[in-house]
Design a protein around this ligand. Structure first.
Ligand code: ACO
Length: 327
């Protein structure tokens, strides 16, 4: 099957400030050893009060545009996957459009939690296939620590902030997106959510006192569903592309937990040398996780031209998604 769209530029950005496991030992009842053993995380980047999600998006987008050799004015669509944007409305994409000067673009956000970037990539591919848009900026970005409950040791050790971006244009017929797959199951929404400020728990003194504005997560349940969703999702993308796991030169899994990453790689017989892992340095950056890893894989020279890359992700909702891209 000939690809209709391809990625010609990537970039990423994360806050300067590093929060290590040793820093967390001073905040909650945890240890560096526990966090590394149970999650694989050593440190994460956390935003300062002055930084906003749109700032990380804008820097990541500038890098992606530069590599693509394009100007902001060339972009005709911006799609941002985020659940921790600058404001409840308008979209974070609106602020990114203004900061970039991408005034010829239509812009919007999608809320698919960690799956947001791969959902956006799928949408961009479909938009290019219909001929409606040609030069699309897809971004995954989060300020997860903005909704982190620093009194909840079960979740506060997991998350970090940042953004990753990709420029997607019509394929040259050789390289590009070979297959995508999206899934969701709303029956699992109660396992991972943040209700405060929505219609369920409008912002009042009481909802703030209840800590409703923070992320709530049933970790072990999420873990079990994640393993299943990652495997199912990866298999779907393989089936749709006509490839097998042996054809995959690089696996870029969602960076949520090293045990989930290793379990997924093992399930498909993909050796860890072919798996992109940066969870130790960033933690779980939700929808930014895949595009940050993608950019690091490309810019470090590990993901080379001609290689097949399988991206697979799961997130709150539940949502899950996968894509196979030939670079
Ligand atoms: N430090 C020390 N001990 C801890 C910590 C901590 N930070 N957190 C939990 N524990 C304790 C628990 O209280 C429990 O103690 P107990 O046995 O005395 O009750 C013990 O460690 C084991 O707890 P579990 O929750 O069973 O630990 P588990 O091995 O499942 O690891 C974890 C927990 C890391 C959260 C794991 O379940 C996980 O990664 N789940 C998936 C989470 C995830 O990926 N979330 C993101 C989804 S993506 C998105 O949409 C944002």
């Amino acid at each position: 099957m000939k690809p209709v769209s391809m990625i010609v530029g990537t970039g990423h950005s994360a806050p300067e400030k590093v929060l290590t496991n040793f820093d967390l030992e001073k905040i909650v009842d945890t240890t560096n050893e526990w966090i590394i053993e149970r999650t694989g995380i050593r440190e994460r980047r956390i935003k300062s009060p002055e930084e906003n999600t749109s700032d990380f998006c804008t820097e990541a987008a500038r890098q992606a545009l530069e590599e693509a050799g394009m100007a902001a004015a060339d972009i005709d669509l911006i799609i941002i996957g985020t659940v921790s944007g600058d404001m409840r409305f308008p979209s974070t994409a609106i602020f990114v459009q203004a900061k970039l000067g991408a005034h010829n673009a239509a812009v919007f956000d999608i809320a698919a939690a960690c799956s947001g970037f791969v959902y956006g990539l799928t949408l961009a591919d479909a938009m290019i296939a219909t001929g409606q848009y040609r030069n699309i900026l897809v971004i995954g970005a989060e300020s997860m620590t903005h909704m982190t409950d620093w009194e909840d040791r079960n979740s506060c050790v997991l998350f970090g902030d940042g953004a990753g971006a990709a420029v997607v244009i019509p394929s040259d017929g050789e390289r590009g997106i070979l297959s995508t797959y999206l899934g969701s199951d709303g029956r699992l929404a109660h396992l991972l959510y943040s209700a405060g400020g929505g219609t369920v728990a409008p912002a009042t003194h009481e909802t703030v006192d209840n800590r409703d504005h923070y992320l709530k997560m049933a970790g072990p349940e999420v873990f079990l569903h994640a393993i299943k969703a990652m495997s199912k999702s990866a298999q779907k993308a393989l089936d749709r592309s006509g490839l097998t796991a042996e054809d995959i030169d690089m696996l870029i899994p969602h960076q949520a937990n090293i045990r989930i990453i290793e379990g997924t790689a093992k399930r498909f017989g993909i050796p860890l040398e072919r798996v992109m892992i940066n969870i130790d340095r960033y933690g779980n950056t939700s929808s930014a996780s895949i595009p940050i890893a993608l950019n690091e894989a490309r810019k470090s020279g590990r993901l080379k031209s001609g290689m097949n890359c399988l991206m697979v992700v799961f997130g709150g909702g539940f949502t899950w998604a996968s894509a196979i891209v030939k670079f």
